[in-house]
Design a protein around this ligand. Structure first.
Ligand SMILES: *Cc1c(COP(=O)(O)O)cnc(C)c1O
Length: 394
């Protein structure tokens, strides 16, 4: 059966599998930096692109190809480009799509470093940028410039959990000749496939949900067309943002259980979000599965589930949040997300510390915001942990 005829859960396990001579049940780790040519003529043909034989691992490697094809199949794109990290993916995309004098229009509350690299570094090469509330399409329209070339969306946004309308963004991109890029890390391909809504490029920090076990850093980019695939792949190869074969093998192992992990963690997240919302010490709770979320209806339409990321603020502000984080025993105080273990962190002083105070506040990244990434532990144990930590605030 062809990959495209298979359902999502089957593709998780089988898409990208190599035609391997020994019948190995898993994709082997080709831990080799270079590959022998059969002859001088064969080597020349590989370099000329007339033969798709492997040359050198920065350019390509069978274990990495297996992962690239797996994720490309899950997102429904032309092909996959594996990178050293999620930031390696973002950098390859930015470098491939932005020229001197171009403008990038983006979500204000995005992963901190994705914004910092543009504002602090690409700005040195003449790239202009605007970070706006993309949950409001009119805001995006207002900030279009004649030199806008890239529309870069993160939804749900990090860490405010704001939801941006992907279909409306794709229409805006078409009308204005923009390349639309979506950071789909918070959803994984299980919850949302941005290419289906008309995005041109989707990428993941596979460090998070796709690998899911907090033991790898990596990224994968999936462009919709061959042209974009070639353009971005070239940047990955020449900047050396490539993945390593062992990294790829670990991610291939992790991705197999993606559906099981997310089904479990989002069911628990819903219970925890309701528990938090009904707790008298909470000032506010943001979870796309709660009717109180400002884009609750859009989330239900655009995502296949509500995910496992929750943000909240305590009535006692940052001081209370800090005490809560210090008193949690099961939830680990750490950045990152999307793993089997529950993590808690404080974005204003941690992941978004590099974003200026002013920009944080206009993006809604308030000092009291605490972010939870719910894992797959027993839900009663997680709620009991919260209960004891909240009690300790008195
Ligand atoms: C973690 C993360 C990144 C960066 O990925 P790394 O693998 O840490 O380089 C980008 N976007 C989002 C939404 C992330 O959560």
């Amino acid at each position: 059966m062809k990959n495209k005829d298979l359902k999502f859960d089957t593709r998780l396990i089988h898409a990208g599998a190599l035609d391997e001579p020994f019948g190995s049940a898993t994709v082997p780790i080709y831990q080799s930096s270079t590959f022998a040519f059969k002859s001088a003529e064969h080597g020349a043909a590989c370099f000329a692109g007339e033969d798709n034989g492997y040359i050198y691992t920065r350019i390509g490697n069978p274990t990495i190809t297996a992962l690239e094809e797996n994720i490309a199949s899950l997102e429904g794109g032309f092909g996959g480009i594996a990178t050293s990290s999620g930031m390696g993916a973002a950098t390859s995309i930015y470098m491939a799509l932005l020229n001197q004098g171009d403008h990038i229009l983006s979500t204000d509350a995005i992963y901190g470093p994705s914004r910092v690299i543009i504002e602090s570094h690409f700005s040195r090469f003449g790239v202009e940028s605007s970070y706006v509330d993309s949950t409001d399409i009119e805001e995006l329209k207002k900030h279009l410039r004649p030199n806008t070339k890239v529309l870069y969306i993160e939804t749900p946004a990090n860490p405010t959990i704001g939801i941006t309308d992907l279909k409306a963004c794709a229409a805006l991109a078409r009308e204005n000749d923009l390349v639309m890029v979506v950071d789909n890390t918070f959803c994984s391909p299980f919850l949302q496939n941005p290419l289906e809504y008309g995005a041109d490029v989707v990428f993941h920090s596979v460090t998070k949900f796709i690998n899911g076990h907090a033991d790898v850093v990596g990224g994968v980019i999936v462009p919709a067309t061959e042209e974009l695939y070639r353009k971005i792949r070239s940047l990955m190869v020449y900047t050396g943002c490539n993945m390593d074969p062992h990294q790829a093998w670990l991610v291939l192992r992790g991705v197999k259980t993606l559906s099981l992990r997310i089904e479990r963690s989002q069911a628990t997240a819903m219970k925890i979000a309701r528990y938090l919302e009904s707790h008298p010490q909470m000032a506010w709770v943001r979870y796309p599965g709660l009717p109180s979320h400002p884009q609750y209806e859009l989330a239900g339409r655009q995502m296949k589930g509500y995910g496992s990321m929750i943000s909240f603020g305590l009535k006692g502000g940052y001081e209370a949040g800090k005490m809560l984080m210090n008193h949690l025993e099961l939830a680990t105080l750490a950045v990152s997300l999307g793993g089997v273990e529950t993590l808690v962190q404080h974005p204003a002083s941690m992941t978004h510390a590099g974003v200026s105070r002013e920009d944080k506040s206009s993006a809604g990244i308030t000092d009291d915001l605490v972010r939870f990434s719910i894992g797959i532990e027993d839900e009663d144990d997680l709620i009991a942990d919260l209960e004891q930590a909240l009690k300790s605030l008195h």
